[in-house]
Write a protein that binds this ligand. Structure first.
Ligand SMILES: NC(=O)C1=CN([C@@H]2O[C@H](COP(=O)(O)OP(=O)(O)OC[C@H]3O[C@@H](n4cnc5c(N)ncnc54)[C@H](O)[C@@H]3O)[C@@H](O)[C@H]2O)C=CC1
Ligand SMILES: O=C([O-])CC(=O)C(=O)O
Length: 266
């Protein structure tokens, strides 16, 4: 049986616990959050009663896998030290890697601990194809993200337009994946994932729209290169607990965890 440390117990973390609950091949032994609200305590008591709810991984704990679904700060706080201790990790907050030096520090920590960090595909598909296409050489990768206006609340989009008054699609951002990840950290994980798998932060073009005509989180990717061309549209249903997050992100985390305990991984 594999022991799991879960970082974050919000919209994604709670749904991950729900889906892993009862799987005899693994046990969530630690849930790490900055503050254990009553809702988090209830969720953990119901879905992972054996788990310790803590702020940091104890020095003598050695999980088989750390699962990050918490936010950008969690990479610095939990993932880097775990990797350095030899604990493998899967990470959902891919936008965090756009902070200067973070990608290099993740790599150095994993090398020091002789382990591996897996960057999850999260809300987007086709990352396998894009990363494979990169081997042959990519010429162009463009990502267009479209979410309902209120999914952009609390972001710099609020300074660009009145989100609640939009009657048609409004382009809230156009630029590189690097700028997108810095300005819209909670919404630009997909842009950062595409950049890391494909042409990098500077050469991956990004357009983000607040669109009152959509009810889903719509991700569109166009890529061209030596392999040929790829066009992909995902229409992700948002999680009820957090409309900024697509439900597929939860399934992507669960898939990665299950691939760690399954005899055949896909
Ligand atoms: N790769 C992808 O496609 C996607 C990635 N994400 C990432 O997943 C993260 C979590 O998403 P949600 O669950 O929807 O957010 P949420 O806000 O519902 O939950 C975040 C949880 O993490 C905890 N937390 C925050 N900072 C922490 C820290 N430093 N250490 C430990 N716990 C911490 C919070 O207390 C809360 O329990 C987002 O911040 C985003 O970076 C989200 C959507 C898509
Ligand atoms: O969950 C999504 O649809 C994607 C998302 O928020 C992001 O790119 O960070």
């Amino acid at each position: 049986m594999k022991n799991i440390a879960l970082i974050g117990c919000g919209a994604i973390g709670a749904s991950v616990l729900e889906l892993l609950h009862g799987d005899a091949r693994l046990q969530v032994r630690w849930v790490l959050v900055p503050e254990a609200s009553a809702a988090i305590r209830d969720t953990v008591a119901r879905l992972a009663p054996q788990a310790q709810l803590l702020q940091a991984l104890p020095a003598d704990a050695h999980p088989d896998l750390m699962v990050e679904c918490a936010g950008h700060g969690a990479l610095q706080e939990h993932v880097l030290p775990a990797l350095a201790r030899g604990i493998p990790a899967v990470v959902a907050s891919i936008g965090a890697l756009s902070a200067p030096g973070m990608a290099e520090r993740l790599q150095a920590a994993a090398e020091a601990g002789r382990t591996q960090v897996q960057l999850l595909s999260g809300a987007i598909g086709g990352i396998d194809a894009l990363a494979a296409a990169r081997v042959g050489g990519l010429d162009e990768v463009t990502y267009t993200g479209r979410k309902p206006p209120l999914a952009w609340s609390g972001t710099p989009a609020e300074q660009r337009c009145d989100l609640s008054a939009l009657t048609e699609a409004f382009c809230i951002f156009e630029g590189s994946a690097g700028e997108a990840a810095r300005l819209y950290p909670k919404n630009a994980n997909v842009a950062a994932t595409l950049a890391l798998a494909g042409l990098g932060y500077d050469r991956t073009r990004v357009r983000l729209f607040a669109d009152p005509a959509v009810t889903e989180n719509v991700h569109h990717v166009d890529a061209r290169g030596a392999f040929g061309a790829m066009e992909l549209t995902m229409r992700g249903k948002p999680l009820a607990a957090n409309p900024k997050t697509s439900a597929l992100t939860v399934y992507s985390v669960v898939r990665a965890v299950l691939n760690n305990v399954a005899a055949v991984a896909i």
